[in-house]
Design a protein around this ligand. Structure first.
Ligand SMILES: *Cc1c(COP(=O)(O)O)cnc(C)c1O
Length: 388
């Protein structure tokens, strides 16, 4: 599904002379900022954190996080302590809190404290570890507590929750910033597991000492106020992904703006005749007289092999099929339907953008927007723009 809002404009080729780069990755920080405000508007007065793990889903945390902070975001989630340390270098102010989802591993307590990071503790052992750290330092250090409500990935199991509910003294030392849980199917509003997890989360909450609560990822924000509690934790929607599994099923159009545009340069155009084979293995056979463009994008750019023969790119507003296999650094595109003046060496095709969203590209490759974005790689010439 294509977002109705066009963030990058129609002129794909206005950068053509500006760079010798084979291909361009443009990241629109203005669209990230707008997505944050769209999410906030769905949350009324509820606080909105930002999940910036995996280098802000591939967009670049050093550029993205300060933009979000400027929009008023003061709570950030990363996956690992190393991501937390790197983020703290970008966001020094005391008012900015950084939570580490993977929890506090043995021997990392000092680093958490030194870099002012907050662990999201996932089991009783981690609670004991953080408790001991608070006793050693004499400080009621902050932490979040993760309870599992049915996803079976991270968080206290039901039996650990039982134990903790009966032994609240095990958690007296830290300052409990938030109780969190994670929804397994928030991108599917009709899935009954959402309501089941909500019910379990409410029960867990009622059994533990009072603290703020957080349940919703991107999809959860759109499940309605019952799911909002005190803090939301969107990730993919900030970066333009459809919060409700966009593209995979009929549903409302994606409310988020596209933040990423990938333009691949045409390197060569060739005339082809029926029966000719294109690319490795000769998988694709030409069925009629036409033209094929070879475009600079491949594995090292995160262009997945499974896109071959499945994906589309755009030249201007014309949708063109990617034919044959992805071959290392190159893809081949059938450009028969566009004029020779348009499809020429040096011109750019849109590989990702307003017309080929990460949801579209992910679906064509048999994956999802998350994987497509986080694999974009470092070879594209990266340019940050700020279009409101
Ligand atoms: C990754 C993650 C999120 C963000 O999820 P999105 O689907 O990208 O919005 C929120 N909470 C937790 C615990 C996560 O691991």
């Amino acid at each position: 599904m294509t977002s109705p809002k066009q963030g990058f404009g129609d002129h794909h080729n206005d950068d053509a002379g500006a760079s010798s780069a084979a291909s361009l990755l443009r990241i629109n920080l203005g669209a990230v900022a707008e997505n944050y405000q769209i999410l906030k508007s769905r949350l009324s007065e509820i606080a909105c954190a930002a999940v910036v793990k995996a280098d802000a889903y591939g967009l670049g945390v050093a550029q993205v996080a300060p933009i979000l902070a400027a929009e008023g975001c003061s709570t950030f989630f990363v996956a690992t302590i190393d991501e937390g340390i790197a983020l703290r270098r970008c966001l020094a102010p005391e008012a900015i809190e950084i939570a580490v989802l993977n929890g506090v591993l043995a021997g990392t307590e000092e680093a958490f404290h030194e870099h002012r990071l907050m662990p999201v503790v996932n089991d009783l052992g981690q609670i004991a570890r953080w408790h001991a750290m608070c006793e050693r330092t004499g400080i009621a250090l902050q932490a979040m507590l993760h309870v599992d409500t049915g996803m079976n990935r991270l968080g206290l199991s039901p039996s650990e929750l039982d134990w903790l509910a009966q032994n609240p003294q095990a958690m007296v030392r830290p300052t409990w910033r938030c109780l969190i849980s994670h929804l397994a199917s928030a991108d599917d509003p009709d899935n009954p597991s959402n309501a089941e997890q909500l019910a379990r989360f409410r029960i867990a909450r009622s059994r533990l000492p009072r603290m703020p609560a957080s349940l919703s990822n991107s999809g959860g924000v759109f499940l309605g106020p019952d799911y909002h509690f005190d803090l939301a934790r969107p990730g993919i929607a900030l970066y333009g992904g459809h919060p409700c599994g966009g593209g995979f099923r009929a549903g409302p159009p994606n409310p988020m703006r596209q933040t990423v545009q990938v333009l691949g340069r045409i390197l060569q155009i060739r005339d082809v005749e029926p029966g000719m084979a294109v690319g490795y293995g000769g998988d694709h056979r030409i069925s009629g007289k036409g033209r094929v463009a070879t475009v600079a994008a491949g594995y090292a750019d995160g262009y997945l092999r499974s896109s071959g023969g499945q994906a589309h790119v755009y030249l201007g507003h014309t949708r063109l099929p990617v034919i044959g296999r992805v071959s290392m650094d190159l893809i081949t595109v059938d450009v028969t339907s566009v004029s020779e003046g348009e499809a020429r060496p040096g011109a750019f095709v849109e590989i990702l953008g307003d017309q080929v969203t990460p949801d579209n590209a992910g679906q064509a490759a048999g994956t999802i927007s998350y994987e497509f974005l986080t694999r974009l790689g470092n070879r594209y010439h990266r340019r940050y723009v700020h279009n409101g």
